[in-house]
Design a protein around this ligand. Structure first.
Ligand code: NAP
Length: 504
């Protein structure tokens, strides 16, 4: 398990993050109680929350068990009929108040995110705006959950399709975007008319619990938005086996996604999965080098590389390969590694030690097999969760980094010669979340974007996510979509109604 049990309730608040948290205006954001059926639930045993940049304890949270999860599911079931019966505009108004409370409290929320997740504070601020954006967008989209009228194939009949809320939903969310991965799921579920029970990652419970405080303040009724914290296996068992949970949405690794899909089979839940990526980032030699470098820096080092959209295999055409490597190395050398609460920091720590170790194993493997490497200078006294931003070049397809997702600040550059070759190499993987193409040739951009086997493609841009787009992957990168009208549909059932014998 990724967290540590304590029996006392007061966290020590000593390091940089601890001091920032201690000075929060909103003391309730660090209270650490779960929100179940409209009540703040504490427990005798609490789990420590750690600052990944220092390893220091910065808070503690209640440890809920299966009984608490069952209470939450029952409360959600009771709350369902009243929540679905509200006019979508009324649900939208409540959701809009939740989003504006997030924005009103953005400074304090971003301190929480950086303190427990580690990302640079400017990125945390961006995440709050991005996260609130999903709630605002779905508040309006809930009013547009249109059905259809079908031209009838039978005499004297009227054929209707209605979209109705699926029932109680559950979300198991990750630590890399501790706010936005909750709001992207909850915004859609709540707008569709479904209560949702959230089980956040154990590394980042404070951000989730702060969202729960704001949901309560915004007037989201008891049982409609609940956050239950504790051991993943213990809490996910009732979520999977209980037939009252009709939809399950998960973001995390492909391995855990597979287990959840299997676990949801008995009760035939609607499952949506946002799993790992292994994005190819393809740079053709007709493109402006500066634009491609800017894109590669953003696609690789945002969230300190802990992003499922991160560029994992940077394919560069032979004609600009040497110039690209030289310029990219110079840009990486400028990155400042440090505590996310220091505004000068570009790259923070990895949130989990296992992620840092995977990065180091991939670097060692690549260098052993003949890749060349250069790392940005690393400050002194940094703990083992820090990984220096590293460029690996002359990477080949058999190296681990070309076969597995990295999830850290390690950039792998591979040379290629032809368009046909790079498309084959980009697609030769069981992951298919995102891909990037940099070229000034429009015909080539159209051809390659058509052939890439993934759910999302950025052409000459590294920035394409947001509430209106269908976020999701092909192959083993996931099932279903989040954001956009397709994200709303994940929490709805279609009902076909045939009115017959209409002739007077
Ligand atoms: P993970 O193992 O998939 O864990 C994600 C969440 O699922 C955590 O809350 C975890 O809780 C929970 N979980 C683990 N095993 C479970 C089970 N059998 N049943 C129910 N829930 C379970 O991800 P990770 O270890 O944190 O990260 C590993 C890799 O996953 C990363 O390196 C990255 O490749 C990928 N990842 C992808 C995304 C994304 O945005 N798609 C996000 C995060 C991670 P516990 O920690 O308590 O086990």
């Amino acid at each position: 398990m990724a967290f540590h049990t304590i029996r006392h309730k007061r966290p020590p608040f000593v390091g940089l993050a601890g001091r920032h948290l201690q000075s929060l205006r909103r003391r309730d954001f660090v209270a650490g109680a779960a929100l179940i059926d409209g009540c703040w639930i504490d427990s005798e045993q609490r789990d420590l929350v750690l600052d990944p940049a220092s390893g220091e304890a910065i808070g503690s949270v209640a440890r809920c068990g299966a009984v608490d999860m069952n209470t939450a599911i029952a409360a959600a079931e009771r709350a369902f009929s009243a929540w679905r019966a509200l006019l979508p505009a009324r649900r939208g108004a409540i959701l809009r108040s939740w989003a504006s409370l997030m924005l009103d409290n953005a400074d304090e929320l971003s301190i929480l995110v950086t303190s427990e997740q580690g990302k640079p504070i400017a990125e945390a601020r961006h995440e709050i705006a991005y996260g609130a954006g999903f709630v605002e967008w779905f508040a309006a989209e809930g009013e547009r959950a249109y059905g259809e009228t079908i031209p009838s194939h039978k005499p004297d009949s009227l054929l209707q399709v209605r979209m109705q809320p699926i029932g109680v939903a559950a979300a198991i969310t990750p630590w890399n975007f501790p706010v936005a991965m909750i709001t992207r799921k909850a915004g859609a579920a709540l707008a569709a008319g479904c209560p949702i029970v959230v089980k956040p990652a154990p590394e980042t419970p404070l951000s989730a619990l702060a969202l729960a405080r704001l949901a309560d303040e915004a007037g989201i009724p008891a049982g409609v938005f609940q956050v239950v914290i504790g051991d993943a296996i213990e809490l996910s068992k009732p979520l999977l086996s209980d037939p009252r949970i009709r939809a399950l949405s998960f973001t995390g690794s492909t391995e855990v996604g597979r287990l959840l899909l299997e676990g949801a089979a008995d009760t035939v839940k609607k499952v949506s999965l946002e799993l790992g990526g292994h994005a190819p980032f393809v740079v053709f030699d007709d493109v402006d080098l500066g634009k491609a470098i800017k894109g590669a820096m953003a696609a690789k080092f945002a969230t300190s590389g802990q992003d499922c959209l991160a560029a994992n295999r940077i394919y560069v055409q032979r004609g600009i390969y040497d110039a690209f490597v030289k310029t990219f190395a110079a840009a990486i050398a400028q990155l400042k590694i440090g505590h996310g609460l220091d505004p000068a920091t570009d790259v923070g720590p990895m949130t989990k030690l296992s992620v840092a170790e995977k990065c180091r194993a991939q670097i060692d493997d690549a260098v052993r097999r003949g890749a060349r490497a250069i790392s940005a200078p690393q400050g002194t006294g940094l703990c083992s969760l820090f990984v220096a931003p590293t460029l690996l070049w002359d990477v080949t397809e058999e190296m681990l980094i070309a076969r597995e997702e990295t999830f850290g600040p390690v950039a792998a550059v591979l040379p290629f010669d032809t368009e046909e070759e790079v498309v084959t190499r980009a697609n030769a993987n069981e992951r298919g979340l995102a891909g990037y193409i940099y070229t000034d040739n429009l015909r080539r951009a159209l051809r390659v974007s058509e052939l890439m086997e993934c759910g999302m493609v950025g052409v000459n841009t590294a920035s394409f996510t947001g509430p209106p787009i269908p976020f999701g992957g092909w192959k083993q990168s996931g099932l279903g979509r989040e954001g956009s009208r397709h994200g709303l549909a994940e929490f709805m059932e279609m009902k076909y109604v045939c009115f017959g014998d209409l002739a007077a």
